[in-house]
Design a protein around this ligand. Structure first.
Ligand code: NDP
Length: 284
């Protein structure tokens, strides 16, 4: 039976570190890091994510602001708010919750956020800097995946890592981070041939396909590390992209859903916001 990589526990440890660092910084500078989240419309999943970000940031000692805008807000109005928050000294991290309504261009908004405050790590400046190994914000979910693998002391050097999914927010950045840690990385997607056969070669398998329980136990190399990024609500239960029951019998380590990657994503957002504050005050 695989050992569980409990993201919830890893996240808790990092949150405690962030919280005590904020306390120290407040003593030193008289200030705390600030996070501003902008949300448009009433999408229930987005509302839940934003409420969690607000709750977590307040709990850890951040200055926290949520700007809730009606669905009818124009792109110009949204960009004006982003501009104001870019220039607000109390704000170190700024994000606009995606997806945005159809009349707003995601790219225009992402590009408008100051790269210094782009704690999601989605701005092309941060994406480019990550590619060449320069100072940047690492996107939260991929960063969380790597922290989970490191938490169990697994050495990625020279290992075969397979990533399912090539999205800009998960698949591509996680592949780059694995490569940086000297894994030999294969990126797969919907046109990959013999996906089960490719997965079977993986010492480390990161699954971000957005397809519930797609990866079965017989796709997994015995002893492999399996990180399941997927998250789906099915019959009121949360499921991942991996069929947990069959996979845990074969894998060496596996992250569960819920309690796996999910809690890491918000935690790494807090980490990035703290980092932004430290950059600004010359403490990093
Ligand atoms: P996207 O839909 O943007 O990307 C999915 C990727 O998976 C695409 O590259 C797609 O290939 C590939 N794919 C889809 N079907 C198959 C298949 N049958 N075989 C092989 N590859 C396939 O999703 P995201 O990257 O945004 O998210 C992935 C999952 O992770 C989702 O379930 C999402 O909810 C979850 N997620 C969880 C987070 C968390 O905090 N836990 C945060 C972010 C996402 P192609 O490019 O060819 O279309």
């Amino acid at each position: 039976m695989a050992e569980l990589i409990k993201g919830k526990e890893v996240a808790q440890k990092i949150r405690e570190e962030v919280s005590s660092e904020i306390e120290e910084l407040q003593k030193k500078t008289g200030k705390v890091p600030g996070l501003a989240v902008v949300i448009m419309g009433e999408d229930p999943a987005s509302q839940t994510y934003v409420n969690n970000k607000e709750k977590t940031s307040k709990k850890l000692g951040f200055h926290s602001e949520v700007h809730r805008l009606p669905e009818s807000t124009t792109q110009e109005e949204l960009l004006q708010l982003v501009d104001r928050l870019n220039n607000d000294d109390n704000i170190n991290g700024l994000l606009v919750q995606l997806p945005l309504p159809d009349h707003i261009e995601d790219e225009a908004v992402i590009h408008a956020i100051s790269p210094e405050k782009d704690v999601d790590g989605f701005h092309p400046v941060n994406v480019g800097n990550m590619m060449i190994g320069e100072k940047c914000y690492i996107p939260c979910t991929p960063h969380g995946v790597i922290k989970m693998i490191e938490h169990v002391g697994y050495d990625l050097k020279g290992k075969n890592a397979v990533v399912i999914g090539r999205s800009n927010i998960v698949g591509k950045p996680v592949s780059l981070l694995l490569l940086d840690r000297h894994a030999t990385v294969t990126i797969t997607h919907s046109r990959t041939q013999d996906l089960p056969g490719v997965c079977k070669q993986a010492d480390v398998l990161v699954v971000a396909a957005g397809k519930p329980e797609m990866v079965k136990g017989d796709w997994i190399k015995p002893g492999a590390v399996v990180i399941d990024v997927g998250i789906h609500r099915i019959d009121d239960k949360l499921k991942g992209d991996v069929e947990f029951e069959s996979a845990e019998k074969v894998a060496g380590y596996i992250s569960p859903v819920p309690g796996g990657v999910g809690p890491m994503t918000i935690t790494m957002l807090m980490h990035n916001t703290l980092q932004s504050f430290k950059f600004k005050h010359g403490l990093e």
